[in-house]
Design a protein around this ligand. Structure first.
Ligand SMILES: [Zn+2]
Length: 153
């Protein structure tokens, strides 16, 4: 018997999508036969870790920035812009971890795209990059192209 890798719902061998959460089952072939119980335990564990990773990372980054600012070490960089940049980096890292674990962009794509956009906006604000919109478009285009290529069966 197979189970949905995302929600643990019982699925048929040849189902393409989970009837409960609509996860694409064909893109997670190696995960499909994972025992339901173990699957759930791992998932819960991972979500806790990710929450701590992102929350802790944001707080650490904010603290580091405040420290740098009070020490006058920020240079010309804008505080808000640098903060956005850091959060973007954290989200992109989270996306890469999801990508490594699932072997597909589906799980990590939202983090990668959102983090990438935050990084570009942050960098643009922090260093007054006048053409950051152009970089944003190029980055978005690369993400879309990359996603299309990896989705090929
Ligand atoms: Zn499901």
């Amino acid at each position: 018997m197979s189970y949905c890798p995302k929600c643990g719902n019982e699925v048929k061998e040849d189902d393409e999508y989970c009837s409960k959460c609509r996860t694409n089952l064909k893109s997670n072939v190696s995960y499909r036969k994972v025992n339901r119980r173990i699957n759930f335990e791992w998932k819960d564990h991972d979500e806790d870790q990710y929450g701590a990773l992102i929350g802790g990372g944001v707080v650490i980054w904010l603290g580091a920035l405040l420290l740098l600012q009070t020490q006058g070490l920020l240079g010309g960089g804008d505080f808000g812009g640098l903060f956005l940049l850091g959060i973007g980096v954290i989200l992109v890292l989270r996306g890469f971890i999801a990508y490594q674990q699932t072997g597909g962009y589906d799980e990590g794509f939202g983090y990668l795209a959102g983090g990438g956009i935050l990084m570009l906006i942050g960098a643009g604000l922090a260093y007054n990059i006048r053409d950051w919109w152009a970089f944003l478009l190029i980055g978005l285009g690369l993400l879309i192209v990359g996603r299309g290529l990896t989705n090929r069966k």
